[in-house]
Design a protein around this ligand. Structure first.
Ligand SMILES: Nc1nc2c(ncn2[C@@H]2O[C@H](COP(=O)(O)OP(=O)(O)OP(=O)(O)O)[C@@H](O)[C@H]2O)c(=O)[nH]1
Ligand SMILES: [Zn+2]
Length: 354
């Protein structure tokens, strides 16, 4: 139990009388590095697991607690099952397939990482905040490369972000001067699991190295031509800090394609939601109706057009995602039945012949 504490067990909500528990540190193709707090193992999935699993969401992700069996061969293990998650950050997987991807699991906090000196985009932040609320974890906004900006620039950036991140802590840090690092550590007490998310080149891996006090992650200069990152981090990995906190580094995302989150719209857009409750008509579409509080706020500038647009856009996007997922579920069901009926026909033919 003591060793499992190191993996954040005290913050998980499972009973502790299960044997052979481990936490997933990295996932690479079909192999998993897991740790039971004492030793690391290279693990694969058991046949039973593979037979019973059909959704990508059910496969182990970094941060997952798994039930595993040690093998005879040293430092090898097999994963039998994934324990229920207390949080999961999900996105639509890259590519054309309608498929969910678990970016990280069982984290308490998500550090939404943005760089102060390149392309600070509040619309992107809204998207990450929405997905974080939907994950079940708490968001903290981290603005990096503070050393590259003047005090005024930092204050202006924080003020801009505050408008879209209502009630969310915003912390400006520098991995160069270490300014803000102590403040960040307040969110990283022993046993806590934190995931770093953001675009490529914002300084996630540099921050991991800073917090760990050693170089564990490769970092690279961003391209000067377009100030974009180079996608240096290619896989997700969980690290333990000297104080016993856990930190999951993830590769930079080109864009965060949402998977789900309709129920988190109101938390993300508390300001807009509040206004909608003040409209004269309860079924107000906030368009041309008289007594629309939203339109009034837009006219006076109390609510920005861009923020309201974003609120509508994300709602449309999530409704579209849901339709796509329902269609896919129907298709999957159909092909399952096709498969079953084909099997039954063959079975029938076989018995007739006999
Ligand atoms: N001036 C300054 N530069 C920083 C800071 N943090 C990171 N950088 C630089 O930003 C560049 C990108 O940093 P990374 O840590 O590789 O960024 P990343 O977010 O991990 O990128 P991916 O791995 O591609 O997702 C590197 O050249 C870092 O040296 C900082 O606090 N100040
Ligand atoms: Zn209205």
């Amino acid at each position: 139990m003591n060793n499992l504490c190191k993996l954040g067990w005290e913050n998980s909500n499972h009973s502790t009388n299960l044997e052979h528990l481990a936490r997933v540190i990295t996932v690479q193709k079909n192999s998993y590095r897991i740790s039971d707090g004492k030793m690391e193992y290279l693990a694969h999935l058991s046949g039973k697991f593979l037979n019973e699993t059909n959704s990508t969401m059910d496969y182990p992700a970094v941060g997952d607690w798994v039930e595993a069996q040690k093998l005879e061969e040293e430092k090898k293990a097999v994963i039998r099952r994934v324990l229920p998650r207390k949080s999961q950050f999900v996105r639509q997987a890259a590519g054309l397939k309608t498929e969910a991807q678990i970016v990280a699991a069982n984290m308490d906090t998500v550090f939404i990482v943005n760089s102060l000196n390149h392309d600070l985009n509040v619309r992107r932040i809204e998207r990450y905040v929405l997905a974080t609320y939907d994950s079940g974890a708490t968001p903290v906004i981290v603005l990096t490369k503070k050393d590259a900006c003047s005090q005024e620039e930092v204050e202006a950036a924080i003020a801009t972000v505050e408008e879209v991140a209502i009630g969310i802590p915003i912390i400006a840090v520098s991995s160069v001067s270490k300014d803000g690092v102590a403040e960040l550590m307040e969110y990283l007490p022993a046993g806590r699991t934190v995931t770093l998310l953001g675009s490529s080149g914002v300084g996630k891996s540099t921050l991991v190295n800073t917090l760990l006090g050693k170089e564990v992650q490769d970092t690279k200069e961003i391209r000067e031509s377009d100030s974009r990152g180079r996608h240096t981090t290619t896989h997700r990995e969980m690290f333990s800090l000297p104080n016993g906190a856990l930190l999951i580094d993830t590769p930079g995302m080109r864009e965060l394609q949402l998977w789900d989150g309709e129920s988190s719209i109101d938390t993300t857009f508390q300001d807009v939601e509040q206004l909608t409750t003040e409209c004269r008509f309860t079924d107000c579409r906030h368009d041309t109706e008289p007594g629309c509080r939203v339109q009034e706020a837009l006219a006076t500038g109390e609510l920005s057009e861009a923020r309201f647009e974003s609120y509508l856009k994300l709602q449309r996007e999530l409704a579209y995602e849901k339709r796509k997922q329902n269609q896919k579920a129907k298709q999957d069901e159909k092909s399952r039945w096709k498969h079953i009926s084909k099997f039954q026909k063959e079975h029938y033919k076989y018995h007739k012949k006999r």
